[in-house]
Design a binder for this molecule. Structure first.
Ligand code: ZN
Length: 255
């Protein structure tokens, strides 16, 4: 439950929370925002918008409408940012998918500006290029940002998705210099990874040099929240208070 999550996050010393739309469906954004702020938590972002890519005009239009609702929800919640998982479709080529993504984000810029909500493109690991995001590198995300050219559009960098990229340090520096480094997510990469979506590790369990990458982000000027984002069926099955304690300890020693 959302109220349970915010009180437990506050209890372990977390200072902020990113809210998933699905987690506040019954509650609504006004009440959810109040609950989080009552616990002293800043709302970092609303997760998530995007999924712009479709083989049909109707699908693309519906996606833009849904993103407009998402931006409104973020404003009501008090979230300054919406994370975008930009979408992909096995029936749409990657270049065409990226063009659709760019066009859809451009169409949403006036909504973002009117609501005072920033949009952060999150490049996803290439293993998701078939069905979740055609934006797979920081370079691709930066290229879209520079063409859309709005202060409301930037990038969410997640170490899980980007750690393998040999250009990461330079891309982070460029991203910071352009004022586009909006969010920073951490978790760890397990070997083997048994599930494409829900087998992330706690920081220190895997092979991502999290502290080094965080250093690159901070040298690039990033001063926002370091957000822990771990999707894991294995860890969701354990006692959740113990899980939170493990996260807090891992944050201090590995992030
Ligand atoms: Zn992320």
């Amino acid at each position: 439950m959302f109220s349970d999550a915010v009180s437990r996050y506050a209890a372990i010393g977390a200072k902020g929370i990113t809210v998933w739309r699905s987690a506040i469906e019954g509650l609504g954004p006004t009440a959810a925002g109040r609950l989080a702020r009552d616990q002293g938590l800043a709302i970092v972002s609303l997760c998530r918008g995007g999924f712009f890519v479709s083989g049909s005009e109707e699908g693309r239009r519906k996606a833009i409408d849904d993103n407009r609702r998402c931006i409104e929800e973020a404003a009501t919640l008090g979230a300054p940012l919406v994370v975008l998982v930009c979408g992909a479709d096995p029936g749409v080529s990657l270049p065409e998918a990226r063009a659709q993504i760019e066009e859809s984000i451009s169409a949403l810029v006036p909504d973002a500006a009117a609501s005072g909500v920033r949009l952060a493109i999150e490049p996803l690991h290439p293993m998701y290029a078939g069905d979740r995001s055609a934006v797979n590198t920081l370079a691709q995300a930066r290229a879209i940002c520079s063409r859309v050219d709005s202060p409301w559009v930037g990038i969410a960098v997640d170490v899980y998705h980007t750690w393998w990229d040999e250009r990461l340090e330079g891309e982070l520096a460029a991203c910071g210099a352009e004022g586009r480094l909006f969010s920073f997510h951490i978790s760890d990469w397990l070997t083997p990874t048994r599930d494409l979506l829900e087998d992330r590790g706690i920081m220190g369990e895997g092979c991502i040099p999290i502290r080094e990458i965080r250093g690159w982000a901070e040298r690039a000027g990033f001063r926002g929240f370091i957000e822990v984002e771990i999707f894991s069926r294995r860890l969701w099955e354990m006692d959740q208070d113990t899980y939170l304690e493990r996260i807090a300890a891992a944050f201090l020693s590995h992030a």
